[in-house]
Design a protein around this ligand. Structure first.
Ligand code: PLP
Length: 445
């Protein structure tokens, strides 16, 4: 475990854009130890991120000072809760270049995608003609890609089962990128919606959305971008994206669990029927039938996750103070270093793009002769938290012929010491399982 690792060529530690030590001091959880006193090396931000004190404080501030249901009640607390909730909507919208009336709060990305999928199938039977514009039915097609998280695959499979539409998909190249060679046939005049991730949670790939959006526009299809792994890690502006929907999760971007965002172009949102119905989203209710508020309220039934929304606004402000371009550059430097370091370990194969061109900081790999779960176990014993399995993207591991992968993901508090710990941990796993090959065998990617 204390073996000295020789640095491979190209694995230089260029100065990191973010001050890792100062940032770590903002995250209380990073000062705890795990597994009998070991430093916590948290390389699982892709699953969920840790929270800085300012986010924890924002939630606590709400409960201690304001707690009330927004948009209900005539008392001072209700007024203040409404103001805080709507101010948070403005902050979060501005973060992605959107006006507040295009920002819908959901529980997470999964719920945001389901909201759109159910609205599109509800549209077919809506009694209001203005809600039928985007209805999906028999003969229509929905397009996804083979690299989608299950959250951006199953809702579309289910939509197709409900409506009789057909699901089609874009495949992957051997080096972990989208195969766009048949884009013009897969996305065609029958396509109603294209749902695609901006950054793959398992391969790290950043997708060429411009090409996909342009083709969707040619055929009049809607585009939903899954930003669960991009919005936390790079600057995303909906006016540049050109899509109709963007979804992301608060808990992956330093914010609380239980809050996500559906951004939608106002005219598209306005033409969709509700998904969930109940309080807070109605105009007039009679026993014979009801009418609904305009967006975003039409899609926010019930008392919302107010403290979480306020916590997410604090997370956005924290990221804005760091600067999203800096955040991306930071992760790019770490990724370049980690790819070179891992590649120098014989028996390690990186699944996904081999370089940092259009690539984020999710690094999936296999270690010859050791099951990914066993790699994860050895790393955990060393205090290193990674994710193992199919990462809710089962078709991807199937495509690359592996049962599962070990995945490390980086964020603003990640430093070179974390990457070194990971690489040293992989070598330790090889020693533990007696599969440490000789150094000159080289690794693949
Ligand atoms: N999309 C991608 C690319 C993800 O990585 C994830 C979660 O890992 C999701 C969607 C779903 O996010 P959530 O579980 O927060 O709904």
């Amino acid at each position: 475990m204390t073996e000295t690792v020789s640095r491979p060529a190209g694995a230089q530690q260029v100065p990191l854009p973010l001050d890792v030590e100062a940032i770590r001091a903002d995250f209380p959880i990073l000062s705890r130890t795990v597994r009998d006193g070991k430093r916590l090396v948290y390389l699982d931000s892709g699953a969920t991120s840790q929270k800085p004190t300012s986010v924890l404080d924002a939630e606590r501030w709400f409960y201690e000072n304001v707690n009330a249901a927004p948009h209900r009640g005539a008392h001072q607390l209700a007024e203040e809760a409404t103001a805080a909730y709507e101010a948070a909507r403005t902050t979060i919208g501005a973060f992605i270049g959107a006006p507040e009336n295009e920002v819908v709060f959901t529980r997470n990305s999964t719920e945001a995608i389901n909201l759109v999928a159910y609205a599109l199938s509800n549209a077919a039977t809506a009694k209001e003609p203005e809600f039928r514009r985007y209805a999906v039915g028999q003969g229509d097609e929905i397009v996804v890609t083979e690299m989608e998280h299950h959250a951006n695959l199953l809702p579309w499979q289910q939509l197709c089962e409900r409506t009789g539409a057909t699901l089609r998909w874009l495949g992957l190249t051997d080096d972990g990128r989208l195969d766009l060679s048949d884009l013009a046939t897969v996305v065609n005049e029958r396509t109603k919606l294209v749902a695609v991730t901006q950054q793959s949670n398992i391969l790290g790939t950043i997708n060429p959305l411009g090409d996909i959006v342009a083709r969707a526009r040619e055929v009049g299809a809607l585009v939903l971008v899954d930003g669960a792994q991009s919005v936390p890690h790079q600057r995303v502006d909906v006016t540049e994206l050109g899509a109709d929907f963007l979804v992301f999760s608060g808990h992956k971007m330093l914010g609380p669990t239980g809050v996500g965002v559906l951004w939608g172009r106002y005219d598209v949102l306005d033409a969709l029927p509700p998904f969930l119905t109940g309080g807070s989203m109605i105009e007039v209710v009679r026993m014979e039938g009801s009418t609904f508020m305009p967006p975003p309220q039409r899609f926010e039934a019930g008392v919302p996750m107010t403290a979480q929304v306020i916590g997410l606004a604090a997370a956005v402000e924290y990221l804005q103070r760091l600067g999203m371009d800096q955040v991306q550059a930071h992760e790019e430097a770490l990724t370049e270093y980690a790819l070179a370091q891992l590649r120098a370990v014989p028996g390690v194969t990186v699944i996904g793009p081999p370089d940092t061109v259009a690539r984020g900081g999710a690094i999936s790999f296999t270690v010859e002769g050791i099951h990914p779960h066993d790699v994860g176990q050895v790393l955990d014993d060393l205090g290193i938290a990674v994710r193992v399995g199919h990462h809710c993207a089962w078709p991807v591991v199937r495509r690359y012929g592996v049962p599962a992968t070990t995945r490390a993901t980086f964020y603003v508090h990640t430093g070179y010491d974390d990457v070194d710990a990971l690489v040293e941990g992989v070598r330790e796993a090889q020693r533990f399982f007696g599969v440490a090959p000789s150094e000159d065998e080289g690794a693949t990617s």
